[in-house]
Each structure stands twice: as C-alpha cells, then as structure tokens.
Design a protein around this ligand. Structure first.
Ligand code: NI
Length: 183
C-alpha cells in the first residue's frame, strides 16, 4: 500500500463534481481504496474522499464512528457512487475539520439522521442508516464528491477558527454537544 498526497485547499480537484464509477472501474479501484484507507489512518482522519487524493471519483472511506471505541477494530466504511437522504428534519451543530484544510475547524450544521445507498467496495449494493457523528462524517465526505468544502456550509465566518483559537467554538457546543436543533 502507498500513502497518497492529500490535495489542499486551492487545488481545483476539490471544487469539481466527481465522476461516478462504472462497474468496470471497480476492480481497478481496489488498490486506490486500500491506499485511501492507509492515508486516512496515517493522517489520523475520520474520513477521506477520492477527490482529496486527486482522483475525481465518487467514492469515500470513513472510520466506523457508529461503533464508538470499537471503530479501530473494524474495517473502515467504504461506499461507491453514494446517494444520501435525510431521514427527518432534525439538524445539529458540530465541530468539523478537513484534511484538505489543515489547522482549522468550524461549527457546521448537518442532518442528524441520514439514509445512504450505493455500492460497497466490491460493487455489491450497500444501504443503511447513520446518525450522530457517523452521519456527520458521511455528509462531510459526500460533499467532497460534489466539490463542496465545509466552509461553504457556514453562515457566519465566526463559526470557523484556527485550531489554536477554537476553544470558544467548543464552549458554544457545551452542554448541548450535537443535540438536535430544529430547523
Ligand atoms: Ni474533508
């Protein structure tokens, strides 16, 4: 496996709508998926989308945050050609960072519960539901496939800060960390 270079804010690949994989592309994508998982783990990220490694393809990998402390004991979540839908109107604010925008984080509003469908890494149909932090990761990574970076989701610049200046953002979250907001 190979560690891949991660595209940084400013590279146009991060702003493109990525291409769906054809069935014939999936076998060729296996080594890319393995390399993306290794790169995500090495960078201590919780998710990585193909455009972040300069491949304009609709696939991403993510830590199994739905498993809590056991997430490191399980293979990461992998989805190809995903489609997402919110399961209700509930949204929550939470802190996000991005491996393509290192050194910063922001309070981002996301749906609390989503359904997803797509293909697993071998091309078999994959569907399920996610909530909380796992749902947040999936929505963040999905956005990468549409060329959307989290700052584009912000209504206020004051919701973004350098890591070294982000304590007040944490305080805003407490004591209602990730609790649903009506929207
Ligand atoms: Ni990101």
């Amino acid at each position: 496996m190979t560690l891949l270079k991660i595209a940084q804010l400013g590279h146009p690949v991060l702003l493109e709508e990525a291409n769906s994989l054809k069935p014939s592309d999936i076998q060729d994508a296996q080594s890319l998926i393995d390399d993306m998982i290794e790169t995500m783990e090495d960078a201590r990220g919780v998710g990585l989308a193909a455009p972040q490694v300069y491949r304009s393809l609709r696939l991403f990998v993510a830590k199994r945050a739905d498993l809590g402390d056991a997430m490191d004991d399980h293979p990461p979540f992998v989805i190809i050609n995903p489609k997402l839908r919110p399961l209700d109107d509930a949204c929550a604010v939470g802190l996000e960072g991005c491996l393509s925008i290192p050194g910063y984080r922001a309070l981002v509003t996301r749906h609390c519960k989503i359904g997803y469908e797509g293909l697993d890494r071998h091309g078999a149909p994959l569907s399920g539901q996610a909530e909380g932090f796992f749902a947040r990761i999936i929505q963040h990574e999905y956005d990468h496939l549409d060329g959307i970076l989290y700052p584009a989701r912000l209504e206020n610049w004051s919701d973004m800060a350098a890591d070294s200046e982000a304590d007040h953002l944490m305080e805003i979250l407490q004591p209602n960390d990730d609790e649903p907001l009506s929207q």
